[in-house]
Design a protein. Sequence first.
Length: 620
Amino acid sequence: MCGITGFYSPERKFSPSQLTEMNTLLSHRGPDAEGYFCEGIIGMAHKRLSILDLSDNGNQPMTSHNGRYVMVYNGEVYNYREIAAEIQKGSTNQIVFKSSSDSEVILEAFVKWGTEFVHRLNGMFSIAIYDKRDEILWLFRDRLGVKPLFYYDNENDFLFASELKSIRAIVGKKLKIAEQAINQFLNLGFIPSPLTIYNHVYKLAPGSYLKVSRNGIDKKRYWSIYNAISDKVITKEKEAIVKISELLASSIQYQLNSDVPFGIFLSGGIDSSLVAAQAASMSTTAVNTFSIGFRENQYNESDYARKVAAFLKTSHHEFIVSHNDAMELVDKITDVYDEPFADSSAIPTMLVSKLAKKHVTVTLSGEGGDELFFGYGSHKWAKRLNNPLIYFSKDILRFVLKNMSNNSYKRASKLFEFSEKSDLPAHIFSQEQYLFSHGDLKELLTDSSRLSKFQWPFPEKELSRKIDPMEKQALFDMIYYLPGDLLTKVDRASMAYSLETRVPYLDHRLVEVALNISPDLKYKNGISKYILKEILYQYVPKSYFDRPKQGFAIPLVKWLKYELRYLIEDILKPEIITQYNIVKTEEVEELKKRFFAGEDFLFNRLWLLIVLHKWLLKYG
């Protein structure tokens, strides 16, 4: 796990000192070593967090054995040993590998197979490879978007980096805020790929690669979640359980490979408990587990995590969080995430990462389980709202719910506020979390003429089979929410403390099977994540999980009303709202008034506005 940066400039606009500046800003991603390659039109730099082969032989930039290619790389490729054997197979010129790291194998795989090498990689990665002879730069990102990769493309200037801050440091004066990105942030709580908060700066899409040459930029998708959907569906429960259990165990076995200590984030929920259970069954020593709890009992799952840890006999560590801990991170979040990012669970994620780093350098996490196996309330809402009776009654239902006194009903009324079924996935996602809907933004923004509606170009006719509403909602999560929010949250939070986090559920082999399990086995008899639960109960008693699902959330409603109220008063005061003139002052004042009058469900909207204006105050 590392940080990578670089430039490609035929006009030679960038200097070695600028490359050093870019790389230094990523020191948290790799405190163990650094390296530079600067030659003619190219500059590449690397910050290393040593995980495999702790010697200097694993340092980067790394040059291929034939001397033609140079690489910087962030991530882990778990099947590198098999790839190394395949490289040697049938070769008359056997390569003598100088290290035991995956980096050297990846580079030689590119030398042998060209861009097709990426199909052989099982892992999480962002890779930059430069061809010194032909002056071509290649950038690759893993299939699901676990590892980040940003690039700036404007007026023949090209920069890339693991984090946005490195690009901003060099071309910050040229950067203009992207209005479309602000619209989508207020609607979704994050800025989805390929957008960033700036014009001309992009996120490389998951499963894609770029070819950068003097002739310009070519982008190609080498893996698509849509293409992974097969016309053959697994309908037999036993078959699904066996396949997923075996694939998850294989993924975990791969991801336990490390030359440094490892641990597991354990929330006490289904996904992380299953990862911990399978990892514990493979380890000859007690596995380290880490959890976060809150003093407010309503949000405290640490008791559940502790109970699971005790049953699995792990070496368990926990940290009980207070509002004071959160206050220390509120300002830091702006710098850690670089652009507006409203997932408040970033705070406990950063805290549990800080705790884990005291004991280990690698952790495993449970991201992906909910998206693959229907774990969210939004998946149930997709099923409901696609029901013809509910669809044609939506206006009446919205009116009735909106005028009820119960806050939960008022909040639910917004879910019925949509026009076309094609809008449903993004709308359900937005309103299940009670963010600003497209209609809300028309009233909120000072210039609604610049409002752009989120569009999902869903290729329904290109799929191998017709998918049901729950599958479609889950696909939205896999394509947008997972890389744009959850994986971003975990990557920046863990790497802020030089901690590598791996995600076993997102092994592409497991993903490709899970996508083709019958929806009736994912949501069965009213039970979400049915398949995963049946696997988990082979390791941990079912009684440990007889409770409603609880997200990894902080008590933000209470904190905004009391301990963190200063954020509303200081950041959302009329002078600041007027200064940036993005949203209407009177609309913000009305939101504040309603929230403090008891409409607690408005807290996420206020948090969105706080995050946006805190970012604007620093970088706007």
